[in-house]
Design a protein around this ligand. Structure first.
Ligand SMILES: [Zn+2]
Length: 277
């Protein structure tokens, strides 16, 4: 597949802050800004005629139905992002499966079809997630980091113990469209103070733009075929200077010959090109 770009937007809104126990008015308002940012992003994607994939928690779908419907009407793919924004690894198997089913039903009501893709909140799968995604008919996950440019089949049956060599399982049916914190707007830009920890964020947007362009150019010039997946959050990227940077990024990628695809199309391509055992 010629150098391909996936634009993914995690529409967390208020759910991200609630999942962290931050439910006072200011963090909630920070989540509310997601709806403002989402409309700005949709406008930009429409002007440039670009497809994208939106991972939306059930909490956002039921709290902001009109904006979510706008995303669907614009033709973007809707992926699963949990019902709450609690990471699967912090839930029991039963809680995880119940949230999976509840959010899938929300997405089906919104789009008329079940989601094909899943992205875990906070990119932290549980030991049960892959098995549950397969059992519930998902085609791909986008939460892991085992490659930078090449989607791959997720192994099942891995055993990792600290005092033993890794024992790798066998690739299964579920495809991984890998991600990276370096290609995610959140750690670069978002200032978060929680307890004794501070995520500084607030990076200069031009510096981040340079990193993100260089990652695409390495794919194009040194790897050749492959996929780069950028992850954005409307409440992060929706601020003025970052929206201007995002437009510069997208125009540059277009100038460099990138083809843009929704993630389910990329998953279908790699499903045909790789075999599961
Ligand atoms: Zn999220």
């Amino acid at each position: 597949m010629q150098p391909t770009v996936c634009l993914s937007f995690d529409f967390d809104a208020i759910s991200l802050w609630l999942a962290r126990g931050m439910n006072s008015p200011t963090p909630v308002s920070r989540g509310e800004f997601c709806a403002v940012g989402a409309v700005r992003v949709l406008d930009l994607l429409e002007r440039l005629d670009l497809p994208s994939t939106w991972f939306i928690p059930g909490h956002t779908i039921t709290s902001y139905p009109a904006v979510c419907d706008q995303v669907v009407q614009a033709g973007h793919e809707i992926g699963h992002h949990g019902w709450t924004h609690v990471a699967p690894n912090n839930m029991s198997r039963e809680e995880e499966e119940a949230g999976l089913v509840r959010a899938s039903e929300c997405i089906q009501r919104l789009t008329g079809r079940m989601p094909q893709g899943y992205r875990s909140p906070s990119w932290d799968l549980s030991p049960h997630t892959v098995e549950l995604l397969i059992a519930h008919g998902f085609d791909y996950d986008s939460s892991m980091m085992g490659h930078d440019y090449v989607p791959y089949r997720i192994r099942q049956g891995d055993v990792f113990e600290i005092d033993q060599p890794a024992r790798f399982g066998t690739p299964g049916r579920l495809l991984e469209l890998p991600v990276s914190w370096s290609l995610d707007d959140y750690p670069h830009f978002e200032f978060v103070r929680a307890g004794n920890t501070i995520l500084p964020g607030l990076m200069n947007a031009s510096g981040v733009l340079e990193n993100w362009v260089e990652d695409f150019l390495y794919l194009k010039e040194s790897v050749g075929a492959g996929v780069i997946t950028y992850t954005f959050h409307p409440f992060v990227i929706g601020r003025g200077h970052r929206m201007r940077m995002l437009e510069r990024l997208l125009r540059r990628l277009l100038d460099e010959g990138a083809q843009f695809k929704p993630m389910h199309e990329v998953a279908a391509h790699y499903r045909d090109a790789t075999s599961a055992r």
